[in-house]
Design a protein around this ligand. Structure first.
Ligand code: AMP
Length: 281
């Protein structure tokens, strides 16, 4: 597996593969790999001749008071894990090359970026859309794989790719969970033992909602109230949002009909966790 830092080096390698007629899958990440990341890599490997994993803790998607400086990093371990999954190249660009002095070009996906995580993280999706567009332009993959855990991010990227006519196939990958159900996240490492218990309130709330819907309850407000009660019964939790609405347009709904996305963001101590599920009538 090659570790490449320079944009020109990355371009050269992909050009060589393309000239050989080989397909390329990109898995964008911020590193500190867990089974969620590895599962994306495995899937990419099964679909393309070469997998490029980008590892870039993107400053532009962190707010001023967020965890950019504390975000967990372990390049050596990440490189071992990626190599083990058959990844051809780990692309770790420098922030000064991605955002050179004078940088002033941003991509904003209007509408889809505004609700849910966009409320408490107003510039987050601008940072995400811009870095993903840059990675797609640099790597020019045939496909790029993203986790459903960040489902709003996935919608934003799909919209951007359509709107800008970027020739890439965006593939969604299911949420990978710990044995007790907690959605895997690099940020789970921030949790102490008691917070780790409280973190389970998210997946439990999703399962509770699924059971209510399976039993015939269609009332959004009732489902949301039950979720609130459940999460608030755990210590150190603070709900950022509970979203119930259309899985594509993100329009909120009060009645659960057809397929409805339920998404949560919850502070557990100082850690903000997200999770989601698709409710089916
Ligand atoms: P991150 O390093 O957190 O930016 O995540 C990189 C990619 O991995 C994104 O597409 C995430 O949606 C995906 N991802 C992170 N955690 C999970 C998970 N538990 N299950 C599935 N995909 C995940």
């Amino acid at each position: 597996m090659k570790i490449i830092n320079s944009i020109s080096g990355m371009r050269k390698l992909v050009l060589k593969w393309k000239q050989e007629g080989l397909s390329v899958a990109l898995v964008p990440t911020m590193g500190f790999f867990h089974e969620g990341h590895l599962s994306l890599m495995r899937s990419a490997r099964s679909k393309a001749d070469h997998v490029v994993v980008s590892l870039f803790v993107n400053p532009a998607q962190f707010g001023p008071n967020e965890d950019l400086n504390h975000y967990p990093r372990d390049l050596e371990q990440d490189a071992k894990l990626a190599e083990d999954k058959g990844v051809s190249c780990l692309f770790c660009p420098d922030a000064k090359d991605i955002y050179p002095p004078g940088f002033q070009t941003w991509i904003r996906v209007e509408g889809l970026s505004h609700g849910l995580c966009g409320v408490s993280r107003p510039e987050h999706f601008r940072g995400v859309a811009t870095i993903v567009a840059k990675l797609l332009i640099i790597v020019q993959p045939d496909m790029a794989i993203f986790g459903q855990k960040d489902f709003q991010q996935l919608l934003v990227i799909r919209r951007m790719v359509r709107d800008l006519n970027i020739p890439v196939n965006i593939i969604a990958h299911p949420i990978v969970r710990e044995p007790d159900g907690l959605a895997m996240s690099s940020r789970n490492t921030y949790l102490n033992a008691q917070e780790r218990e409280s973190a389970l309130s998210l997946v439990q709330a999703l399962r509770l909602a699924e059971r209510m819907v399976a039993l015939g309850n269609r009332s959004g407000p009732e489902v949301i109230q039950a979720i609130k009660n459940h999460i608030q019964s755990f210590s150190n939790t603070k709900i950022d949002y509970i979203f119930l609405g259309d899985p594509e347009s993100l329009k909120q709904c009060r009645e659960i009909v057809g397929e409805t996305r339920l998404a949560l963001a919850v502070w557990v101590g100082k850690t903000r966790l997200i999770d989601n599920t698709l409710l089916k009538q």
